[in-house]
Design a protein around this ligand. Sequence first.
Ligand SMILES: NC(=O)c1ccc[n+]([C@@H]2O[C@H](COP(=O)([O-])OP(=O)(O)OC[C@H]3O[C@@H](n4cnc5c(N)ncnc54)[C@H](O)[C@@H]3O)[C@@H](O)[C@H]2O)c1
Length: 286
Amino acid sequence: MKIEGSVAIITGAASGMGKTLAEKLVSLGGKVLIADRDVSQGSALAEALNKEIGSNVAVFHETDVTKWKTLEAAFEKAKDAFGKINIVVNNAGITESSSWFNDNDAGEESCEYMTLNINLVAVAKGTRLALKYFAQNPQVGEGVVISTSSLYGLYNSGIVPLYAAAKAGVVSLVRSHSLARKETNTRHVALCPWFIDTPLLEGTFREALTASSIPVIPQEPVIDAFIQAIEDDTLNGAVLTVFPGGTEIIRENIYSGNADQLKMVRAMETSIIEHQYALAKEARKL
Ligand SMILES: NC(=O)c1ccc[n+]([C@@H]2O[C@H](COP(=O)([O-])OP(=O)(O)OC[C@H]3O[C@@H](n4cnc5c(N)ncnc54)[C@H](O)[C@@H]3O)[C@@H](O)[C@H]2O)c1
């Protein structure tokens, strides 16, 4: 997909990687809707980008990604402001406090389970809203959904188990949705970065990394990976890992090494997708 002339919704774009990606897309001729719960940083970014370019290239929408209605309103706002949406980046995320004990589990809004809500359930919601939009607007052409996972999407963690479960769920969502590319007119890619220099690491986690001499990598290679995910139409169901050693693409969405099982599951999936899609089309008169 060409970035010039495209429109992207980026969640969590008021800070860190989402913010840098928004700046990059605008510099390449794209337009962005910044969807974030941080009103002051999000609106300041939109204002700065519009001033820099001298036209309306960025819009902020106060969004809590866990709330379907505010997320849906972000899609409406992007459509109203720019006439279309081509790219959806599910990127908002939080860390787990890495406490193994249930000190704040009872507080619904602040409890550890918000790690699953923001990092996984909201990615599912953003993806389903994207599928709905692309199905209703075939004139826009194929859409792309990029979801930010983590190194913990591929490797387990004794430090942040809920975060790891959420990020592994993101990889599974991306790989699963990618199997219906033809039917949904949507491509899906996941990014799995190592520790990146963003505000997310502030506090104890960054100290722990520094104390153990564990490298933190700059944002640039991750932003390059986002750009690759948008531009390379062959990437679907792919996972881009961005580690200190460089970026790699995992194209095959397999978990086990058993080739017979894989063949059996793929054949079963293909026939059921075709069958179900035909029924859905008929029911919705698509
Ligand atoms: N920094 C890292 O080391 C690292 C590594 C791998 C993956 N990631 C992932 O990258 C993504 C971006 O993180 P970052 O490092 O740029 O962090 P960041 O803290 O700089 O940015 C995260 C943004 O998400 C927003 N956000 C959080 N909860 C939200 C909600 N409910 N609704 C709307 N917005 C919300 C925050 O306001 C913030 O602007 C996250 O999904 C994170 O898990 C980060």
